[in-house]
Design a protein around this ligand. Structure first.
Ligand code: AMP
Ligand code: MG
Length: 339
């Protein structure tokens, strides 16, 4: 049976030790980070890592991110860190940021999906930090959700999918950022965003002076892609979904209204909640931070109303809006209208 440790108010040090021991011994432990919850295993234990893929139903050519507590853990895991990579790590770690680096052999091939690189992240969340520190091992962890579904950002959503599939779930309350980390790889000397997140291109430009976006952020990837995670159906509710956006607010409202059918649920801005005659309206808040924080739990909540159609209001692809639209375009299986 899965044990639930409630660390919402404070970290219980006995339970923290128990969770650390469990993951060191090869079990799966779900833990909160500032982005989304992670389903973690000892990153140096092939069999434990394999169990993550089984629990999630994840394709094994989709690599996992390795989480560390501090820079002391890094040397054993990766090779040939360039000055530019070092600068990125100093600027954005700990934080919602993952850097792809050349891996050492100690990291099993199922962590890296047979690539010679590995994604490294150092969470800023205190529970995540203390848990990894106490475990004293690197922890491989993808988002805690069944593959293709929205990432888990709160304990209720996690329990629905993983109760009795993992040894321990640590409850740290709702995650603050709500979207997964920004994944960056330095390619030909240029920081390149493979997956957008809370750390924006502007943030990187401020430190490094240059930043590129990968080509596949807003369209379907085909053929060989930089990051295998780009290939799959992702973040999706079970019901049919359309994403609609116009820079002109009145036009956006008009477009959404025109696409409403019977039993349509709309996920959109708090300011628009009285604008539509839909079956149900779920507000994602007002600011980009609100949307980032709320969107995955709302996509799951939407399914519970069993609508015939979900319409989502899009946002401008700017700043954190880039990450939000990257997820929403996939959540809606590329059914995207922009006018
Ligand atoms: P998730 O595990 O769901 O948080 O997603 C992690 C994502 O990070 C993967 O789906 C990949 O897109 C990306 N990633 C992890 N490791 C690598 C790597 N070595 N090279 C490229 N992308 C990676
Ligand atoms: Mg994921």
């Amino acid at each position: 049976m899965t044990k639930i440790f409630d660390f919402k108010k404070e970290i219980n040090s006995e339970e923290l030790k128990q969770a650390a021991k469990s993951i060191r011994n090869g079990n799966l432990v779900i833990f909160p980070t500032e982005t989304v919850y992670g389903i973690g295993a000892n990153a140096l234990n092939y069999k434990a890592v394999d169990n993550i893929f089984l629990a999630k139903g994840r394709a094994n050519d989709n690599p996992l991110i390795v989480h560390i507590a501090d820079f002391d853990m890094l040397d054993d895991l990766v090779d040939n860190i360039s000055p530019l990579e070092k600068k990125l790590m100093d600027a954005f770690m700990p934080g919602p940021f993952t850097l792809i680096l050349k891996k050492k052999d100690i990291i099993p091939n199922n962590v890296s999906a047979n690539l010679d690189t590995v994604g490294i992240r150092m969470p800023a969340n205190k529970i995540a930090h203390d848990f990894i520190k106490e475990a004293n091992i690197p922890i491989a962890a993808p988002s805690a959700n069944i593959s293709s579904r929205p990432s888990g950002t709160n304990i209720e959503d996690i329990k629905e999918e993983f109760n009795n599939k993992v040894d321990i779930i640590i409850d740290g309350g709702d995650t603050s950022v709500g979207l997964e980390s920004t994944v960056v790889k330095v390619i030909d000397g240029v920081p390149t965003i493979l997956r957008p997140g809370k750390i924006t291109p502007e943030d990187i430009i401020e430190i490094i002076g240059i930043c590129k976006l990968s080509d596949n952020l807003f369209k379907k990837a085909d053929g060989i892609v930089e990051s295998p995670g780009m290939k799959y159906k992702h973040y999706a509710p079970n019901n049919k979904c359309i994403l609609i956006y116009s820079e002109d607010e009145n036009k956006l409202i008009d477009l959404v209204q025109k696409n409403i059918k019977s039993k349509t649920l709309i996920i959109g801005n708090e300011k628009h909640k009285d604008k539509y005659d839909s079956y149900k309206y779920l507000s994602y808040g007002i600011t980009l931070d609100d949307i980032s924080h709320n969107i995955f739990s709302l996509l799951r909540k939407a399914d519970k109303y069993e609508p015939d159609l979900i319409i989502i209001e899009g946002v401008k692809k700017e700043g954190l809006g880039i990450a939000i639209m990257n997820r929403l375009i996939r959540a809606s299986s590329y059914n995207y209208i922009e006018e």
